[in-house]
Design a protein around this ligand. Structure first.
Ligand code: ADP
Ligand code: ZN
Length: 209
């Protein structure tokens, strides 16, 4: 990235579906900042308790300590003046306020690295990520591998029945799918067992594995 260092802050956004490597990429950037002896603070929403409450953990098992926050404003309270780099993972769970928080931090001269899902389980833009993308200096969009066909996957396929926007879950509730294999209405098709779910998953009422 060609952004000149100095007192100026900026916003880097990392988006993509689940399993696309957003957390890995976030951890990679934050580790490098730490190696460069920059002061780093890392946050994630308290709602995401996959694996650990005080750690960002990728699906491949990489981890980095983080601070769990109940809402975006808490990040502003917790960031210390001398902090140079702020990482925020799973920003789609922090609501619209996270946009203001990132803007304030960047205006204070901090490098803000923020990751999150850009689309929801139906393939719709997942607020507030689109707004973060609009104001960011740098955008990285990652893709996963479609578990059905092996093509690049842009979508997060929900495998369980629910029309809630947020269903935080561990193994088997979501998988990566390409645009051809993605079934946005699968979560509503509970009465007709999907041929795309494994028989064991169908027996369990739609929950995979
Ligand atoms: P994200 O934060 O985007 O959910 P993670 O960084 O947590 O992604 O995990 C990425 C890792 O997930 C990959 O390096 C790989 O080991 C694993 N993985 C599991 N399923 C898939 C898939 N369908 N496509 C790509 N990677 C996958
Ligand atoms: Zn596919």
């Amino acid at each position: 990235m060609d952004i000149v260092k100095g007192n100026m802050g900026w916003i880097e956004v990392i988006v993509g579906p689940m399993f696309s490597g957003k957390s890995e990429e976030m951890i990679r950037r934050l580790r490098r900042a730490e190696i460069a002896r920059q002061r780093v603070q890392i946050f994630k929403p308290a709602i995401d308790e996959r694996y650990a409450a005080n750690e960002i953990v990728s699906h491949s098992g990489l981890g980095i300590p983080s601070d769990a926050v109940a809402k975006a404003a808490e990040i502003l309270e917790k960031v210390q003046p001398r902090t140079e780099v702020v990482g925020i993972d799973e920003a789609q769970f922090l609501g619209d306020d996270v946009v203001d928080v990132c803007t304030k931090l960047a205006n204070l001269g901090k490098r803000v690295i923020v990751g999150g899902l850009d689309t929801d389980y139906r393939g719709r833009p997942f607020e507030p990520m689109p707004r973060l993308l609009a104001i960011a200096e740098e955008i990285t969009k990652l893709l996963a591998i479609c578990v059905r066909c092996g093509n690049p996957a842009v979508h997060t396929q929900r495998l369980v029945e629910s029309e809630e926007l947020i269903v935080v879950g561990a193994g088997g509730m979501y998988e990566a799918r390409c645009r051809r294999c993605f079934e946005p209405n699968l979560a509503q098709l509970s009465k007709e067992p999907s041929p795309f779910l494994a028989p064991s998953a169908r027996a369990a009422g739609g929950a995979a594995k």
